[in-house]
Design a binder for this molecule. Structure first.
Ligand SMILES: Nc1ncnc2c1ncn2[C@@H]1O[C@H](COP(=O)(O)OP(=O)(O)OP(=O)(O)O)[C@@H](O)[C@H]1O
Length: 514
């Protein structure tokens, strides 16, 4: 049954959907937006997959709503004004960065003329802010990151801000278990938590309204950094270096800014280091590695682009702890870092593990099968194929099993274990069976033979976490069956054709059609 909801100016209409509910909404009067994406007048959108969201209006609006939801109410307590103020500050910096670039860029007449003092380097003033968002679980980190990203893309100035997803529990535009950096040139609608950040073009087709997104991504294969902080940190650093390389070449992206979404584990003081006295290690590490260290060495460290703004969502204690932490950072980092407290939305709702698993399963499924949506009924045709087991090399990103120093006997020192990627032994049927239903992350090394052969000799086939630094994530597979007698493995691939690589890593993500 269709109904009209009137939302007063500066209010938000919040809703929460249950598993099987779908709600069609269209804007019939005024203006409204969802997470910074402006709704078109008279265009129906179908909200689904247990979406929780707010439809916000600056001017007042009328919505026609069809279908039922678990929770629906209008609230005038909204953090949107703070979000808009942040956006305006970031926008000013983007404009300054673009002006700096156009003043100092080599002119077409003198293409070889470089900025004085920065031979082979980029002008440090041509970088917009790098913004990192932290907060407790379900505090609204992804929602804030997306809103700021959408506001930037919506200005019509041609910005291409980069969204860095350091939260592997939510793959963003990719399946979960990945860390990625993706440039957005248009704003992204929210109709489902499954494709909240659009879909990568690597899934076979661009879904929903997102232009084909091409993320730079690395495989972590677990949901929380706590599972293996060593591998997580190696990958975060590798992603940061790739981002630097991209930004060095891409002045437009550089002057558009970077938004870094982080997992809730960042806000747990003891995750990331087994040294109890070192708190918030993951935050310190991320601030340190996203400091533009991959930019040319001719640029002095003080000029490196870095995380300039740390947004702490609605948590007084965490905000104060971050101010303390600032004083322990390198002087050059601490000097430029602004730590800001942002109010938490009353709409941000707690989710549970079962909900997260359903959304993760949905993300994996939609990568392979596409998704039926009101925006595009894009269905993909995944391909089942059978491969000889012995053609594959598969490594498990293990959980960090090293006991903390505090658990060792007095006087004992720990022997650090380098190997973090255990080669699956195909001669062992129990090891083979662990692969069934696993999500495999296909990786390719520019120098694959060197990497694999060296380690085959030294570590009996296992790899070191550092070997992931130069690995490119080139695809995903799901293992659907294993025949140990015929020594074959049956996998689901998102599209037909030759597999981009026969080397894969995996961790704790599984999927099966139910
Ligand atoms: N203003 C709002 N109105 C309605 N729902 C909201 C609002 N802000 C956030 N939510 C919902 O609350 C939940 C948590 O928000 P979000 O995913 O942004 O938090 P998070 O901090 O990124 O979570 P995580 O800790 O899992 O990374 C999501 O389901 C989101 O859609």
């Amino acid at each position: 049954m269709s109904r009209v909801v009137t939302v007063p100016a500066l209010n938000e209409f919040r809703l929460e959907l249950d598993v099987s509910q779908e709600l069609s909404v269209r804007l019939v009067e005024g203006r409204a937006e969802v997470n910074g994406f402006e709704l078109s007048l008279n265009k129906w959108s179908t909200l689904k997959d247990e979406l929780r969201c707010s439809i916000y209006t600056w001017t007042g609006c009328k919505l026609e709503v069809n279908g039922s939801s678990l929770v629906e109410y209008t609230s005038n307590e909204t953090p949107l004004i703070s979000y808009l103020n942040l956006h305006l500050a970031f926008e000013q910096q983007r404009i300054r960065a673009r002006n700096a670039h156009s003043q100092h860029a080599p002119s077409p007449e003198k293409p070889n003329e470089r900025l004085p003092g920065y031979a082979n380097a980029v002008d440090p003033a041509s970088s917009a802010y790098r913004v990192m968002v932290i907060g407790q679980e379900d505090s609204g980190k992804s929602t804030l990151s997306k809103t700021l990203l959408n506001y930037a893309a919506r200005t019509g100035k041609g910005w291409t801000p980069i969204f860095v997803n350091l939260d592997p529990s939510d793959g963003g535009p990719l399946p979960p278990g990945t860390l990625s950096a993706t440039a957005y040139s248009t704003s992204t609608q929210t109709t489902s938590p499954i494709n909240a950040f659009g879909s990568s073009s690597t899934s076979g087709a661009a879904l929903d309204n997102s232009a084909a997104l091409i993320p730079q991504a690395l495989p972590y294969a677990h949901a929380s950094p706590a599972r293996n902080p060593k591998v997580y940190k190696v990958l975060a650093e590798a992603l940061a270096r790739r981002l630097d390389m991209r930004l060095e070449r891409d002045a437009k992206a550089r002057s558009s800014g970077v938004f870094i979404d982080t997992p809730a584990a960042f806000s747990s003081p003891n995750v990331g280091s087994d040294d109890k006295s070192s708190k918030y290690d993951l935050i310190k590490h991320a601030l340190h590695v996203f400091n533009g260290g991959g930019f040319p060495r001719s640029m002095s460290t003080a000029d490196n682009p870095q995380v300039d703004v740390l947004l702490v969502i609605g948590h007084e204690k965490l905000y104060i702890e971050m101010q303390r932490l600032q004083s322990s950072l390198d002087a050059s980092l601490a000097q430029k870092l602004k730590i800001l407290k942002v109010p938490k939305s009353g709409g941000a709702v707690e989710t549970d593990d079962a909900y997260r698993s359903r959304i993760q399963a949905g993300q994996i499924k939609s990568f392979f099968y596409g998704s039926m949506s009101n925006l595009s009924d894009e269905q993909l045709s995944p391909q089942s194929m059978t491969i000889k087991i012995d053609n594959l090399k598969v490594f498990k990103i293990t959980e960090d099993k090293v006991a903390p120093s505090s658990a060792l006997p007095i006087g004992a020192s720990r022997v650090l274990e380098n190997t973090q990627l255990e080669r699956v032994n195909f001669e062992s049927s129990s090891q083979l069976l662990t692969l069934v239903h696993s999500l495999l992350y296909l990786v390719k090394w520019p120098d694959a033979n060197d990497v694999l052969n060296k380690h085959a000799k030294e570590f009996e086939g296992d790899l070191d976490s550092k070997d992931l630094i130069r690995a490119d994530l080139v695809g995903f597979l799901i293992v659907t069956a294993i025949d140990s007698t015929k020594r074959t493995i049956t996998v689901l691939a998102p599209s037909p054709g030759r597999l981009p690589s026969l080397n894969a890593v995996f961790g704790s993500f599984e999927w099966q059609d139910t």
